[in-house]
Design a protein around this ligand. Structure first.
Ligand code: ADP
Ligand code: MG
Length: 162
C-alpha cells in the first residue's frame, strides 16, 4: 500500500520522521530512497528524535553504519551503503541488525543488499519537485501489517499542521 505526502522544508521532513519514530514498534526496517541530497539522512535524524535519541545524527556515508541507543532498549541502526559495490560483510551486519527484536533499521542506498531486507518493510521515497528546492514528494510504501501505523502517522501529522 502507498501513502503520499508533501514536505516543504527540511524541518518538515525531520518532523515526519520524528512522528514516525514516536509510533513505530520494533523490529522494523525502513528503506530510504532518493538521489543525493534528497533528504534521507534528514528523515533519519527525525526518526532518531522520535525514538527518544537526543544526540546528533550524522550521515554514515564513510562509516557505512551507525548505531544509536534509543528509548526502551530500542536500537536504531542507520546504514548508508552508497560506497559499496558489493555488500559482503555489510550484508552480514545488516542481516544481524534486521534479526534483532528491538531494532529499528534505517537504510540508505540499499540496492547492493536488497536480498537481505525483509519484504515487510517501509519504503520511504523522497522526490524533489521541479523548481521548488525545498519541496519533496514523500511516498511511503508499507505492508498490510503497518496499516494502523500509517493511519496513526497521517492523523498525527494532520493534527499538527496549521
Ligand atoms: P540524503 O541523505 O538523501 O543525501 P540529506 O538529508 O543529507 O540527504 O540532505 C538533504 C539536504 O536538502 C539538506 O541540506 C536539507 O537541508 C535540504 N533540504 C531542503 N528541503 C528539504 C526537504 N523538504 N526535506 C529534506 N531535506 C531538504
Ligand atoms: Mg544520506
Amino acid at each position: 500500500m502507498t501513502w503520499r505526502t508533501y514536505s516543504r522544508s527540511s524541518a518538515d521532513t525531520e518532523n515526519i520522521g520524528e512522528q514516525l519514530g514516536r509510533l513505530i514498534n520494533p523490529p522494523i526496517v525502513i528503506e530510504l530512497r532518493s538521489d543525493l541530497g534528497g533528504g534521507k539522512t534528514t528523515f533519519v535524524r527525525g526518526l532518531a528524535k522520535g525514538l527518544g535519541y537526543s544526540g546528533a545524527v550524522t550521515s554514515p556515508t564513510f562509516t557505512l553504519s551507525r548505531e544509536y541507543r534509543a528509548k526502551s532498549g530500542i536500537k536504531l541502526y542507520h546504514f548508508d551503503l552508497y560506497r559499496l559495490t558489493e555488500s559482503g560483510v555489510l550484508a552480514d551486519q545488516l542481516a544481524e541488525a534486521v534479526a534483532q527484536p528491538k531494532a529499528v533499521v534505517a537504510i540508505e542506498w540499499s540496492d547492493v543488499a536488497t536480498d537481505v531486507l525483509p519484504g515487510r518493510r517501509l519504503i520511504v521515497e523522497l522526490q524533489p519537485a521541479a523548481g521548488l528546492p525545498d519541496e519533496r514528494l514523500i511516498t511511503i510504501d508499507y505492508p498490510n501489517q503497518q496499516v494502523d501505523l500509517i493511519q496513526q502517522l497521517r492523523n498525527n501529522l494532520t493534527a499538527i499542521k496549521p
